[in-house]
Design a protein around this ligand. Structure first.
Ligand SMILES: Nc1ncnc2c1ncn2[C@@H]1O[C@H](COP(=O)(O)OP(=O)(O)OP(=O)(O)O)[C@@H](O)[C@H]1O
Length: 572
């Protein structure tokens, strides 16, 4: 409040002894309380005008004001210690007056009056003023340059004022026609406060009728490494698996997007679907050809459950580890490269996604665990099922030698990954393998059997198999089990044993742990876009608790899923 306002207080503070305020009994609040008590008596007798006075004295603002007054009087008696040396000379009055000055200041930007002498010929021009803050105008200036090149404008800042296609004529009264873009950038960078643009408007400003779409990035993009981007600083870097909100697709080559983890920021430039596909294709063709190194069918491992009962668990993980031991990484590396040792063919760079929440009446989503061999996928799955066998279950693999043998013969004959995939599709196999000369496979039907029982089906898959499972029918939720750092693993796996098909328990060696870490990195780099959740398996109990919580969220909370999985009536 201003000094004058304080002076206008009905109670004259000069006549009030300070000691009265320090004693709460004698303070103004106390006096007010007494007056109210008196008034109460009159009020009950219905004395004229008392109601009005009663309401007035009861008003919260008056009570608050009196309380503030009491407090100030109390502080006036105390020897206050300034918080900083600068505040040494500040009195209470000076602070209040500083507050008043700031409170009364008008922070609205002052725009200069428009020039009076605008000639008739300039009728078709538009003058736009923006107020620049103290930050260097790098990003914004470049966005404005997009107007010159007809690409885009910064929506948050000048939406509705400047449009793509507007021709920039003057900046702050300086004619810019014929200047190089760099010279205009320089003028903008040097500008402080208000910047006035004179533009010849585009004949028909574009109407943005597109609906906002969300996509999952299936590849990564680094604007700093892309010399073709019109404005590097305005680029939006993203990684595989990031969910992006596409806000503008008007330009065929460059879209504007935000990350959903950062919706508050202004949009950045990303290559359009078409452009990114083209870039991927160019990159793919530029890579040297690598002949296929072969697809190795893997082996199933048997597991004893309960009282001597034996059945096969899905997955070839341990066998893969054995294979790798024999061939020293070579075989598995080939497997990670997509099975043929070459670079995987480019796929769609963006996948449209929507929010989906499973309805209670719908079947559960399949839970897929992925991770490098030895990280603890089987152990976690085992513990999960043990925790609640009524709720969680694995899919039981079946022997399928009748059709897999001829199928494999065909695969060997054609030696084509695509051909194998098509056969797998026709058999609805999510994975297959060989154990002691027999062929086994886990089919979609085996998963469906578990889901039909109302249970949550939990299975482990090699990352190459994720795409087969990604269907509207199963709506898998993929959890990547990641190894902790080497030092943590050395500690936590001190007593852990590698269980092999030959029932020889071996301790983890440093090279096993290193191998696990390398593989995890490769899996993340190549298949990270499919991972809905990542759990670092350091402490087994913690990891198991995280797994339970992640599965619960997947089944009960909204998640981003491919738009193709959801028909419009089930969309949340
Ligand atoms: N967090 C952990 N701390 C200590 N030991 C662990 C941890 N996680 C797993 N283990 C142990 O590591 C060994 C390998 O685990 P597990 O068999 O589950 O690996 P995996 O990922 O399924 O790989 P594979 O399929 O090749 O066996 C087991 O003995 C298991 O008990």
């Amino acid at each position: 409040r201003k000094d004058t306002d304080r002076g206008a207080h009905p109670l004259d503070k000069k006549n009030m002894k300070p000691s009265r305020a320090t004693n709460p009994e004698n303070g103004l609040s106390q006096i007010l309380r007494l007056v109210l008590r008196e008034l109460n008596l009159f009020y009950s007798r219905d004395v004229n005008g008392v109601c009005l006075l009663y309401d007035l004295l009861h008003s919260p603002w008056l009570q608050a004001l009196l309380k503030v007054y009491d407090c100030l009087l109390e502080f006036k008696e105390k020897k206050l210690v300034p918080a900083t040396t600068h505040a040494q000379t500040l009195s209470c009055e000076a602070l209040l007056s500083a507050h008043d000055t700031v409170a009364q200041k008008d922070f609205e930007p002052l725009l200069p009056p428009l020039p009076d002498n605008i000639p008739e010929s300039e009728e078709a021009m538009r003058i736009v003023c923006i107020v620049k803050n103290q930050q260097p105008l790098v990003r914004k200036s470049l966005h404005l340059l997009r107007i010159i090149s007809g690409l885009m404008v910064n929506q948050g800042l000048i939406m509705g004022l400047l449009y793509a296609g507007d021709k920039l004529v003057e900046v702050n009264g300086v004619p810019v026609e014929g200047l190089d873009p760099e010279q205009v950038i320089h003028i903008l960078a040097m500008s402080r406060g208000t910047i006035m643009f004179k533009v010849v408007p585009v004949s028909a400003p574009p109407v943005n009728s597109q609906k906002t779409v969300y996509v999952r990035a299936m590849t990564e993009y680094w604007p700093q490494e892309d010399s073709a981007i019109p404005c590097m600083d305005a680029g939006l870097p993203f990684q595989k698996g990031d969910i992006l909100q596409i806000v503008d697709q008007n330009d065929a080559l460059w879209w504007q997007a935000r990350k959903i983890s950062d919706l508050g920021t202004c949009a950045g430039l990303i290559p359009s679907n078409h452009l990114l596909k083209r870039k991927q294709r160019e990159f793919w063709w530029s890579q040297p050809y690598q002949p296929p190194s072969g697809l190795k069918p893997t082996i199933y491992k048997e597991e004893f459950v309960g009282s001597g009962q034996k059945f096969f668990i899905a997955g070839f993980r341990r066998s893969m580890r054995l294979c790798r031991r024999k061939s020293h990484l070579g075989g598995l590396r080939a497997g990670l490269g997509g099975g043929d040792g070459g670079l995987p063919a480019p796929r769609a760079p963006y996948e449209e996604v929507v929010r989906y929440q499973r309805r209670a009446s719908e079947q559960h989503r399949l839970v897929v665990l992925v991770g490098p061999s030895g990280v603890g996928v089987n152990e976690l799955r085992r513990q999960l099922i043990e925790l609640n066998p009524e709720h969680f279950q694995s899919a039981v693999p079946r022997t399928c030698s009748t059709y897999l043998y001829p199928m494999l013969l065909l695969v060997i004959f054609y030696w084509s990954k695509e051909f194998l995939f098509s056969l797998w599709h026709s058999c609805r196999m999510l994975e297959h393998g060989e154990y002691k000369g027999h062929l086994y496979g886990t089919s979609v039907d085996a998963v469906q059997t578990v889901l039909d029982e109302g249970k949550i089906c939990v299975m482990d898959l090699e990352p190459q198999g994720i795409q087969l499972a990604r269907t509207q029918e199963l709506k898998p939720y993929v959890i990547f089990i990641k190894p902790p750092s080497m030092s943590c693993m050395k500690q936590s796996r001190k007593n852990a044993k590698i269980i092999t098909d030959y029932f020889v328990d071996m301790k983890f060696k440093d090279e096993d742990l290193q191998e696990m870490e390398d593989l995890a990195q490769k899996m993340e780099a190549q298949f990270g876009q499919f991972f809905d959740h990542v759990i670092v398996n350091d402490n087994l109990q913690d990891a198991c608790a995280q797994l339970v919580s992640a599965i619960q969220k997947a089944q009960e909370e909204p998640q981003w899923v491919p738009a193709t999985w959801i028909s419009s009536d089930t969309e949340s």
